[in-house]
Ligand binder design. Structure first.
Ligand SMILES: Nc1c(NC[C@H](O)[C@H](O)[C@H](O)CO)[nH]c(=O)[nH]c1=O
Ligand SMILES: CC(=O)[C@@H](O)COP(=O)(O)O
Length: 157
């Protein structure tokens, strides 16, 4: 159940390389602790590219789940809003369109301090591990629903 012998892709925005690496470590640890057989990593420049990378991975047919990881830190302009909004929207679209769970492990913060508190054992949470945990949970729902016997009287194709 969950991640046992399952294959996962991590799509990683490397705009802040050190933060990305910590997010990857958390996600990988969570998946491997749950018995994942494959955890492949695909790097992109930033969060704006994550939805397309997730789409490539989901449509490859090679993965049971995907985790999108990255960090967006607000600057002086409204560019932050577009990057965050399109990343979140795109990641959600990929999972709904393909049925492959995609975890949203992208930090959307105002300061580096806030980011550091949300990676690894930084204190507030390990967002990489949290996003991977969500993918495992979605996979468990998918498998439970598929494993259910159709109620009597229903014709299943
Ligand atoms: N400012 C941040 C970015 N910006 C880059 C975009 O994500 C994208 O790579 C660029 O617009 C080219 O298409 N990306 C992050 O991940 N984090 C940021 O703080
Ligand atoms: C999130 C961003 O794109 C941001 O880092 C860009 O910085 P700025 O708004 O100062 O150009």
């Amino acid at each position: 159940m969950g991640a046992e012998n399952r294959r996962f892709a991590l799509v990683v925005g490397r705009f802040y390389a050190d933060l990305a690496e910590q997010l990857v470590a958390g996600a990988r640890a969570e998946l491997e602790e749950h018995g994942a057989s494959v955890v492949d990593v695909y790097d992109v420049p930033g969060a704006f590219e994550l939805p397309l990378a997730a789409k490539y991975a989901a449509e490859s047919g090679r993965y049971d789940g995907i985790v999108a990881l990255g960090a967006v830190i607000r600057g002086e302009t409204d560019h932050y809003d577009y990057v965050c909004g399109e990343c979140a929207r795109g990641v959600q679209q990929v999972q709904l369109a393909t049925g492959i769970p995609v975890g949203f492990g992208v930090l959307t913060v105002d300061t580096m301090e806030q980011a550091l508190a949300r990676v690894g054992s930084g204190g507030k949470r390990d967002s990489g591990r949290h996003a991977a945990e969500a993918v495992v949970a979605s996979l468990e729902v998918k498998e439970k629903v598929r494993g259910q016997r159709a109620p009597t009287g229903f014709v299943t194709s």
